[in-house]
Design a protein around this ligand. Structure first.
Ligand SMILES: NC(=O)C1=CN([C@@H]2O[C@H](COP(=O)(O)OP(=O)(O)OC[C@H]3O[C@@H](n4cnc5c(N)ncnc54)[C@H](OP(=O)(O)O)[C@@H]3O)[C@@H](O)[C@H]2O)C=CC1
Ligand SMILES: O=C(CO)[C@H](O)[C@H](O)COP(=O)(O)O
Length: 468
């Protein structure tokens, strides 16, 4: 009987496409799904060069794969991951490797690593980014787990990953849940950049009444500049997709404004609070999705809470400023997410190499962008860089472009167009570059009402004052 190189559990959007990607690269792959239709249709999709087999039996599936087995789970995060593991366990053996390729919550990964280690099974948490197309033709992959066991996965992962300058967008990131953590923060950055783009669209469309085609052209132009990125590129594509139902105008104008979320953005914010990593732009993006859900209240408030436009900035002026302002905000968002990774790496002892993270985010993933190469170079020069804002080259660019960002933020406010992410990037920049913050007053207030004590700037020790 044929022994298969690899196994994938969950033949949905990601699993099916990654399996076909592996088969394209001459690996033989077995697939397991609870749905007989998905298991059967997999083989129908295979080309003559593919060696693949689908099944609904965990026993048959585990029997097909060469020992020690390498198996990836691509099922929804949470309980489905635990039940998929439970269904395989009776047929797994010491030395087998299980990789969770989904967006699992990182503490769940730590628990699974420990539980499976007791049985001699290596468990990996590996974030995968790139969506359906990425999985099929080259994703960015973020594996964390046992370094030695990774060597067995490396050839197959490097073969199927996206390539930038012939370098694969996958690398071993660290032990335990390091891979899931990096993917979680990737998604936090993804939320913030998406919201930033949405704010630009809102300012132009609602604030200035710019027609869709002209906004589309702006994003298309940006995608051929230093702002080139997957999210800008797809926005230009979305803005020209005609509505087939009505045949009138673009589809975007018919899509509801209550946005959904699966949890990774929220987890990024929740954990940032736990480890005291300031990421205001990501927090703002998570909250904007929350505010979007309160449609009825927003409709009611729009009728009672009025504002008259006091903006003096013309459409021409704002178009001229937006490119620099967007660059400024975008760099501040990446800086926050990457700084969170630096803090988390110490907190959880992941041993992350930020240059490698920037490198594998250059291609395949949703937040791929031209600026990732600049970040890679910044970390290559200074591996211990605590924040990208301290890199000389990036710092200089931000210094030059801040005037545009300030002007654009003022215009948002004057026009009454919400810009939680845009404004928070300017405040973050200003907080980070402030030698002195007003938090001495917070210290005094805490001591006043709670005798919490404070430190002085002119001598060592802790002090308390009777303020009354
Ligand atoms: N879609 C995307 O763009 C991306 C998704 N991800 C992550 O990848 C993971 C998978 O997502 P996606 O492929 O979209 O999900 P889908 O829902 O498309 O596919 C999941 C598949 O897993 C099957 N399944 C569930 N439980 C089991 C089980 N115990 N044994 C065998 N098969 C099982 C499901 O079968 P059934 O439907 O019959 O229940 C389904 O076919 C998620 O964690 C997601 O967050 C990551 C990056 C991008
Ligand atoms: O991981 C992804 C992209 O990188 C998935 O598409 C994820 O579902 C996106 O998050 P959300 O559904 O919360 O918008």
């Amino acid at each position: 009987m044929k022994e298969f190189d690899f196994g994938i559990v969950g033949l949905g959007v990601m699993g099916r496409n990654l399996l076909l990607n592996m088969a394209d690269h001459k690996f033989s792959v077995a697939g397991l799904d609870l749905d007989p239709e998905k298991a059967a249709s997999l083989e129908k999709e295979a080309s003559e060069e593919h060696t693949i087999k689908g099944t609904t039996s965990a026993e048959e599936f585990c029997g097909l794969i060469r020992k020690p087995r390498a198996i990836m789970l691509l099922v929804p995060a949470g309980k489905p991951v635990d039940s998929a593991i439970a269904s395989l366990l009776p047929y797994l053996e010491e030395g087998d490797v299980l990789v969770d390729g989904g967006n699992s919550y990182f503490p769940d990964t730590n628990r699974r690593v420990d539980e499976l280690a007791e049985k001699g099974i290596h468990f990996f948490g590996m974030g995968i980014s790139g969506g359906e197309k990425g999985a099929r033709f080259g994703p960015s992959m973020m594996p964390g787990g046992n370094a030695e066991a990774y060597e067995r996965l490396r050839p197959i992962f490097e073969a199927v990953a996206a390539k930038v300058n012939d370098e694969p967008c996958v690398t071993y990131l660290g032990k335990g849940s390091a891979g899931n953590y990096v993917k979680m923060v990737h998604n936090g950055i993804e939320y913030a950049i998406m919201q930033l783009i949405a704010e630009v669209y809102d300012l132009l469309k609602r604030g200035y009444g710019v027609e869709d085609a002209k906004i589309q052209q702006l994003f298309e132009k940006w995608n051929n500049s230093e702002l080139a990125s997957f999210l800008v590129e797809i926005t230009a594509g979305i803005l020209k997709k005609e509505d087939e139902v009505t045949g009138k105008g673009i589809l975007l104008n018919y899509i509801s404004d209550a946005a959904k979320a699966k949890g990774t953005g929220k987890w990024t914010s929740q954990n940032a609070m736990d480890i005291q990593a300031p990421i205001p732009a990501i927090n703002a993006a998570v909250e904007m999705r929350d505010i979007s859900k309160y449609k009825e209240e927003r409709v009611q408030a729009s009728k009672s809470l009025k504002w008259t436009d006091v903006s003096e900035t013309s459409e021409e002026e704002i178009f001229a400023e937006l490119t620099d302002a967007f660059y400024f905000a975008m760099i501040n968002i990446y800086a926050q997410g990457l700084a969170q990774l630096t803090i988390a790496s110490k907190e959880y002892d992941y041993g992350l190499n930020l240059e490698e993270v920037a490198k594998i985010w250059r291609g395949g993933c949703i937040i791929r962008a031209a600026c990732l190469e600049d970040f890679r170079q910044a970390y290559s020069k200074s591996p211990e860089l605590p924040n990208l804002l301290l890199d000389e080259t990036l710092g200089k660019s931000l210094e030059e472009k801040q005037a545009a960002a300030r002007k654009v933020v003022k215009t948002f406010i004057d026009k009454g167009i919400p810009a939680s992410v845009f404004t928070s990037t300017v405040s973050y920049f200003d907080s980070y570059r402030s030698e002195i913050l007003p938090t001495n007053l917070i210290q005094a207030q805490r001591d006043f009402f709670g005798a919490h004590k404070y430190e002085r700037t002119d001598k060592e020790g802790v002090f308390h004052t009777e303020w009354n």
